[in-house]
Design a protein around this ligand. Structure first.
Ligand SMILES: [Zn+2]
Length: 234
């Protein structure tokens, strides 16, 4: 392998490593953002459950108040019954009490049903609360793990950047602007080894002439724009 080929390979390998480290650095915050979005959704669901529970409690309370007033009314009617002036009044009061007692019994059933709904809703809300607490704890764990890794990854990236800058000395100075533009556009894929006499990025065969030049240590760009090099086992 020509010294330029070897230098290009080293530069390419370093850029690939740097890309891997940069990807890892970006992955953490992306995971955290996705998890936060998931938690926000769960919290919205929890709020909806709480609102439903509150509404069920209000409804049960209202029915309880109705029951109290119904009981009061029946008590009053019974009082009147004891002092009824005549048989007609007595019978009228009795049938009124019977009707009110029937209504009261229906109301009691409704209250029982409402309280069962409150209980079920309470259980469901509690379940959601626990779920939110669990995913929030998992998020904190994830943030800690990401932060723990971040410092090491940043140090690795900085070291690689220095190595890349040194390895870039292999690029002839007059080709540096073109090389920079390529890196801007393709990152680590700005460089492409020739494999089976083809560019490894676009798979187009290089001409015999270009191949000979590459082996002789000349710098050549592929028609796809990449900076090509010939590795030792090619
Ligand atoms: Zn190519």
């Amino acid at each position: 392998m020509s010294p330029i080929g070897a230098g290009m390979k080293q530069l390419h390998d370093l850029r690939l490593k740097l890309r891997e480290i940069s990807d890892q650095l970006e992955r953490g915050p992306r995971q955290i953002a996705a998890r936060k979005q998931h938690i926000d959704k769960k919290k919205e669901e929890l709020e909806a459950h709480r609102a439903k529970l509150k509404q069920l409690k209000v409804s049960a309370d209202q029915k309880n108040l109705q029951l109290k007033s119904s009981e009061g009314r029946i008590y009053e009617l019974n009082g009147k019954l004891n002092i009824a002036a005549n048989n007609r009044e007595y019978e009228a009061l009795r049938s009124q009490i019977a009707a009110d007692t029937m209504a009261k019994s229906v109301l009691e059933d409704e209250i029982l049903e409402a309280l069962e709904k409150v209980d079920a809703s309470q259980i469901e809300s509690k379940k959601f609360e626990l779920e939110v607490a669990k995913v929030e704890a998992e998020l904190q764990q994830l943030i800690a793990t990401v932060q723990e890794k971040e410092a090491g990854l940043k140090a690795q990236a900085a070291a690689l950047q220095t190595q890349v800058a040194e390895a870039e000395q292999v690029v002839p100075p007059d080709l540096l602007p073109q090389y920079r533009r390529l890196v801007q556009a393709y990152g680590a894929a700005a460089l492409a080894p020739v494999v089976n006499k083809s560019c490894s990025e676009c798979f187009v065969s290089v001409t015999a002439q270009v191949y000979v030049e590459l082996r002789a240590g000349k710098v050549r760009f592929c028609t796809c724009g990449r900076l090509m090099y010939v590795a030792d086992d090619e």
